[in-house]
Design a protein around this ligand. Structure first.
Ligand code: GLU
Length: 441
């Protein structure tokens, strides 16, 4: 860590993600001198390569705009590079390095053969028209297509990139490659190679994981109050499944504030989350404007100020800090499953764990999204398409396996389960063993 700190002192998110993993694996690493001899950690913390490119496009006023595009190919020990694209004004190499690093372990946990990657741009979709989003995606793909391929690197969505963007990206890829390689991107439309349930998968998988965690602790989700953050694709899937399982979703949020829904979210409100996402406005207040009798908007507040049993961060890294964790605990929260990548700060995780709150990290909880991307790749490679039931069964099985891996590697001498350690050690052992077996490269 000291060496990385000296080299990458400015890259806060990246250093935070690496620190968490290294702390978790310290003991097992020291039990395996062969890892140390092959300098596995020194190799694992550096991405294999990073592509940086200029993306120039024309906005609706006819003005020329320039953004930066990136693809971080982090690790390919267990499969081709795989991970989403993030379009957000705050995107930096540090953010994408942390996400690519996390993705490497998450993908290892899925049981499927996928390496880790992440990419994106500092393009801000907020307030853009559909035509501007299309032109940006096309310009982005003009560069990205040279770095990707169905057996090489397979991007997908992340914050700011959903089905609409994947469609525009694929359209341009197809034109450039002159091949109908559906396997080059995942999260595609259902009529042209996309997997059924991929849009829902991150949220559904997160709730399946939460169910296993609660069951192991002798609890269940029925009737429990769930506070979510965000209102995008991940929060939408999580709200849908939480409601189906009998929980009451009492808060969603956005960068503008929180919407409290005291009687629980309705199906109409869940559908409206999709409309809000497609509007590019990025305002959760729109929910309270549409459903004034059911939802109350408070500007500047987070979901963590709402009394709940279970907190599910579904938006952005570090969205739940130490003070938020204390407020949740004071209000009676007893479980937090991180659905966003690194949604909790180290202080928040420490506060949860030292107060006996059930806590599980994003790389285990949200792995159902990329796992279903893996299932989409399998369907594409064999030119078939599975039914919703088949995909859901496989997703269930994968989330159960991830939970079991966390229990196997995370059970402490006193019997309690440290899900952070469990997820990090399970992911690390798989990647490290593959790296060792493939020699010094
Ligand atoms: N962006 C998602 C994640 O963080 C999904 C990536 C994918 O499907 O490749 O895991």
């Amino acid at each position: 860590m000291a060496k990385l700190q000296a080299k990458y002192g400015q890259e806060k998110e990246y250093l935070q993600a690496v620190q968490e993993v290294l702390e978790s694996i310290e003991d097992v690493y020291n039990q395996h001198p062969e890892f140390e001899k092959a300098k596995i950690v020194e190799r694992l913390v550096e991405p294999d390569r990073i592509f940086t490119f200029r993306v120039t496009w024309i906005d609706d006023k006819g003005e020329v705009q320039t953004n930066l595009g990136y693809r971080v190919q982090f690790n390919s020990a267990i499969g081709p590079y795989k991970g989403g694209l993030r379009f957000h004004k705050a995107v930096t190499p540090s953010m994408l390095k942390f996400l690519g690093f996390e993705q490497t372990f998450k993908n290892a946990l899925t049981t499927l053969p996928m390496g880790g990657a992440k990419g994106g741009s500092d393009f801000d979709p907020v307030g853009k028209s559909d035509a501007e989003i299309m032109r940006f995606c096309q310009a982005f793909m003009l560069e990205l297509w040279k770095c990707i391929g169905p057996d090489q690197d397979i991007p997908a969505g992340d914050v700011g990139v959903g089905g609409r963007e994947i469609g525009f990206l694929y359209g341009m890829y197809k034109k450039l490659a002159r091949e109908y390689n559906t396997g080059v991107l995942t999260g595609k439309g259902a009529t042209w190679g996309g997997s059924i349930l991929r849009p829902e998968a991150t949220g559904f998988g997160a709730l399946y994981f939460t169910q296993h965690l609660l069951h192991k602790a002798g609890k269940n989700i029925e009737g429990k109050r769930v506070a979510l953050s965000g209102f995008g694709n991940v929060a939408w899937g999580a709200a849908t499944k939480a409601k189906q399982l009998g929980a009451k979703v009492i808060a969603i949020s956005g960068p503008d504030g929180v919407c409290e829904i005291p009687d629980g979210i309705t199906d109409e409100m869940i559908d409206y989350m999709l409309v809000m996402r497609a509007s590019n406005r990025n305002k959760v207040e729109d929910m309270a404007v549409k459903f004034p009798a059911l939802a109350k908007f408070t500007p500047g507040k987070k979901s963590w100020s709402v009394k709940c049993d279970i907190a599910l961060p579904c938006a952005f890294q570090n969205e739940l800090n130490g003070d938020d964790a204390k407020e949740l605990i004071a209000n009676g929260t007893w479980c937090c499953c991180e659905v966003s990548n690194m949604g909790c700060t180290p202080e928040a995780i420490h506060t949860f764990q030292s107060n006996g709150i059930l806590f599980a990290p994003g790389k285990a909880v949200n792995a159902g999204g990329v796992a279903t991307s893996g299932l989409e790749m399998t369907q594409n490679a064999s030119h078939i398409s599975w039914s919703a039931q088949e995909v859901d069964d496989k997703l269930h099985f994968i989330m159960q396996s991830i939970h079991e891996a966390c229990v196997k590697y995370g059970t402490q001498p006193d019997g309690h389960i440290d899900y952070v350690k469990g997820a990090n050690i399970a992911g690390f052992m798989k990647v490290a063993t593959a790296m060792l077996e493939q020699g010094i490269i």
